[in-house]
Design a protein around this ligand. Structure first.
Ligand SMILES: Nc1ncnc2c1ncn2[C@@H]1O[C@H](COP(=O)(O)OP(=O)(O)OP(=O)(O)O)[C@@H](O)[C@H]1O
Ligand SMILES: *[C@@H]1O[C@H](CO)[C@@H](O)[C@H](O)[C@H]1NC(C)=O
Ligand SMILES: *[C@@H]1O[C@H](CO)[C@@H](O)[C@H](O)[C@H]1NC(C)=O
Ligand SMILES: *[C@@H]1O[C@H](CO)[C@@H](O)[C@H](O)[C@H]1NC(C)=O
Ligand SMILES: *[C@@H]1O[C@H](CO)[C@@H](O)[C@H](O)[C@H]1NC(C)=O
Ligand SMILES: *[C@@H]1O[C@H](CO)[C@@H](O)[C@H](O)[C@H]1NC(C)=O
Ligand SMILES: *[C@@H]1O[C@H](CO)[C@@H](O)[C@H](O)[C@H]1NC(C)=O
Ligand SMILES: *[C@@H]1O[C@H](CO)[C@@H](O)[C@H](O)[C@H]1NC(C)=O
Ligand SMILES: [Mg+2]
Length: 677
């Protein structure tokens, strides 16, 4: 037989006392950030949503809903030896979503009641609290703060948006239109109880001073400094020792959904604030409507119109952006040569890589088919960052558009965009000559074809230099700028393009533009392009075509590196035909080969004065005139060699052999079109 030792009993008793005290304490204060899992006493159509939202009523007619704290609150605490204190504090957040805009009935009331049985109470203006026979009776012991949204004349309601203090009666002891004091604006601001937005309510009763204060505010602001209602009222005759606290709500013919989002109550101090992040969200609001059908139609139409306008606006904006061009007043006279970017964009399938023909020192070249004429074109996109000089360039381009020669690649027109100039040329189906000469992807051209190409290019250059109304300098004669048409005729392209880079340069200096190996020695000194510098480049081109080699080949044998020097050397050795392109396999006219090589050397003379004109070149190529014999003397050779050594050194100092050269020199800029012939 064992007995439990006495201290254990004491401990157990002590623990139970603590537990009871704690429970008692707990029952006089609570905080519900939403009502998920909270055991409230609900009746009528009140319900707690799964997200913790307490809904007192929905939009059903003539309904009531009640939600009360399960256990009664002990209001009279004087039995514990302290003076009786009826003080309490409560705070909650509610929302009323009306069924129809600007009309919702009847309201919500925070209620302190001796019982939770409201079976005899009615809805509408009685708010589910009382009925017509017991309204106003002292025996009710009912205290409520009503948030009334219908003006009921029988209760002398001030309006349909007020807060009232109800003692045993729906006829409010004190009432005030719903407003809140904004301390920042120092004014009362009106508040619409049925806005559908959550609204905060603070009810504080000081049982010592018998002071009741009611404060309301939207959720975005803290508790206002000044209460909406501040009134002296003695609740000692109304409240029993134990009272139930909760909410009552009702609908009538006008109706709305009444919600409580969160609630805290405190009998022994200020009711704590709620944690807004934990409060349940309200159901998605269908915009309340006055004339449902019409409203829906109108808003649908409005939304559609707005959508259409914004979409088309955006599309138009993007379209504009995509096809944006720069067009200036001075360009009007070049109108016919102006292309729409949109057309070029479509022609090249959006400048697709598949349409890319190649890329050079100025930009990329695309093949395209013009949408209107189905004409095949080559579209050259030139990036340039300077505005300067574009006008002059376009002027020249435009006038060059009038150039017509069977051995020129026809310039069809241009288009300007920001930082971009686009030139449109005739499409040359066989591409550029350099591919035939230096790569194995194209068949080797026989000597007759080559000679025809040389003659054609020479006549085109002669046309530019001498036969047009103004002198046009090409400035970039070389195999890659000679294109071949369907009949393998040589056509000179890219005339005058180098000019663009000139214009973009620092105004103090002029860039020498051209390609290494084709730049006349005096050009690097003076920076002044002339017909003679074009002839120099043509000389390099003649040797290129005859020898099937580039003017400078860094990979080659040292003595063969500079083509012109090597040809000269072989000539001195008496074996000038030894430099002819091995791919011709000796199948050429020796006289013509000899002529082309010697003419190439003559054009490459370091002294510009010693170089022939393009007219003379044509004479020699056509066999109408014979080349002067002077060159074969030592003097000419000497001069030639010296000049090219200088340019060779210049070339060697460059990292890449065939890049565009922009060397600096001091002469002022001059036009491709030299004035006054
Ligand atoms: N009108 C055209 N028709 C067909 N193909 C062209 C046409 N114009 C240019 N191409 C192709 O595009 C390539 C690039 O041309 P691009 O003029 O940009 O460069 P490049 O001639 O090598 O150098 P540069 O910038 O000195 O002119 C050419 O090699 C040629 O194959
Ligand atoms: C309102 O709630 C009650 C009970 O939950 C339900 O029977 C009624 O259909 C609801 N009415 C509306 C309009 O939602
Ligand atoms: C609803 O009330 C607002 C503000 O009180 C007012 O501007 C609006 O015209 C009213 N709408 C209707 C349909 O009465
Ligand atoms: C009003 O309510 C009281 C009890 O709260 C009940 O006795 C009485 O019959 C009700 N009167 C009507 C008209 O419903
Ligand atoms: C308000 O309540 C007080 C005290 O209960 C009472 O004296 C007063 O007459 C009431 N006022 C109204 C308008 O009911
Ligand atoms: C603001 O409201 C309070 C309480 O209703 C009232 O006492 C006060 O006079 C009002 N002030 C203004 C400026 O309307
Ligand atoms: C509070 O309780 C005490 C003792 O139980 C009682 O004397 C007093 O009258 C009560 N006060 C009220 C207002 O009920
Ligand atoms: C009640 O008031 C006391 C004293 O201010 C405070 O400590 C307590 O947190 C409050 N409880 C609630 C639920 O508001
Ligand atoms: Mg080119």
């Amino acid at each position: 037989m064992t007995t439990t030792p006495k201290p254990v009993y004491f401990l157990l008793l002590f623990y139970l006392c603590l537990k009871i005290l704690a429970l008692a304490q707990d029952e006089n204060q609570f905080i519900y950030n939403g009502f998920q899992g909270v055991n409230l006493h609900l009746d009528g159509i009140a319900q707690i949503h799964p997200n913790g939202l307490l809904q007192l009523t929905n939009t059903s007619k003539q309904q009531t809903g009640h939600a009360f704290h399960q256990l009664p609150i002990r209001f009279n605490s004087s039995s514990s030896g302290l003076p009786q204190i009826l003080s309490f504090s409560t705070y909650f957040v509610f929302a009323i979503i009306p069924e129809i805009q600007n009309l919702s009935g009847h309201g919500v009331a925070f209620t302190i009641s001796p019982s939770t049985d409201f079976s005899q109470a009615v809805g509408s203006q009685y708010l589910g609290l009382l009925n017509s026979s017991n309204n106003g009776l002292d025996s009710n012991h009912l205290f409520a703060i009503e948030l009334d949204t219908i003006k009921s004349p029988e209760f002398d309601d001030i309006d349909d948006n007020h807060v009232g203090i109800d003692v045993n009666s729906l006829k409010s002891n004190v009432s005030a239109t719903a407003t809140y004091y904004s301390s920042s604006e120092r004014t009362n601001k009106s508040l619409d109880l049925i806005s559908g937005d959550p609204i905060q309510v603070w009810i504080d009763y000081d049982g010592v001073k018998n002071l009741l204060q009611v404060t309301i505010a939207p959720t975005r602001i803290p508790k206002p400094d000044r209460p909406l209602i501040s009134t002296h009222i003695d609740l000692s005759s109304i409240l029993f020792d134990y009272m139930y606290v909760g909410f009552s709500s009702a609908t009538g013919t006008s109706r709305g959904s009444h919600y409580i989002l969160g609630w805290s109550f405190n009998k022994s101090g200020q009711a704590e604030s709620l944690d807004f992040s934990k409060l349940p969200s309200l159901p998605k609001q269908k915009k309340p409507k006055r004339f449902p059908g019409l409203q829906v139609t109108v808003s649908l139409v409005t939304v559609s119109i707005v959508l259409i306008i914004t979409t088309s606006g955006t599309v138009f904006f993007l379209w504009r952006k995509k096809y944006e061009e720069i067009h200036e007043d001075w360009e009007h006279e070049y109108g016919p040569q102006r292309f729409f970017y949109k057309d070029l964009y479509k022609a090249t399938k959006g400048f697709k890589d598949e349409e890319l023909l190649g890329a050079g020192g100025f930009g990329k070249v695309y093949r395209g088919v013009l949408p209107s004429s189905k004409e095949e074109v080559a579209v050259k996109k030139i990036n340039h960052d300077s505005k300067q000089g574009v006008k002059e360039f376009v002027t020249e381009i435009a006038s060059m558009g009038r150039l017509r020669h069977r051995n020129l690649v026809q310039l069809l027109g241009y288009c300007r965009r920001r930082g971009e100039l686009i030139l449109v040329y005739d499409y040359m189906p066989n591409g550029s000559l350099d591919k035939f000469l230096f790569s194995n992807e194209k068949p080797t051209l026989n000597w007759a074809q080559r000679y025809r190409i040389l003659r054609g290019v020479a006549s085109a250059l002669q046309y530019l230099h001498e036969e047009w109304e103004q002198v046009v300098l090409h400035r970039d004669v070389k195999a890659s700028n000679v294109l071949l048409d369907a009949d393998l005729n040589g056509r000179l392209g890219d005339f005058g393009l180098a000019r663009l880079y000139d214009h973009g340069a620092n105004p103090q200096t002029t860039h020498v533009v051209g390609t290494v190996g084709y730049i006349a020695p005096e050009l690097t000194r003076t920076g002044k392009a002339t017909t003679s510098t074009d002839v120099f480049a043509f000389g390099a081109f003649l040797l290129e075509v005859a020898c099937g080699r580039r003017p400078i080949e860094l990979q080659g044998m040292p003595e063969e590196m500079i083509l012109v020097d090597w040809v000269l050397e072989k000539w001195k050795e008496g074996d000038i035909l030894g430099v002819s392109d091995p791919r011709l396999e000796g199948d050429y006219s020796a006289d013509e080969m000899d002529l082309v090589l010697k003419l190439g050397l003559l054009c490459s003379h370091s002294n510009p004065a010693a170089r022939p004109s393009m007219w003379q070149v044509m004479q020699y190529l056509d066999g109408v005139n014979f080349m002067p014999e002077i060159l074969i003397d030592g003097a000419g050779i000497g001069m030639l060699a010296t000049g090219n050594e200088a340019s060779a050194e210049f070339v060697m100092s460059l990292p890449s052999s065939f890049g565009k050269v922009s060397g600096c020199s001091m002469s002022s800029s001059e036009s491709i079109l030299s004035k006054g012939r």
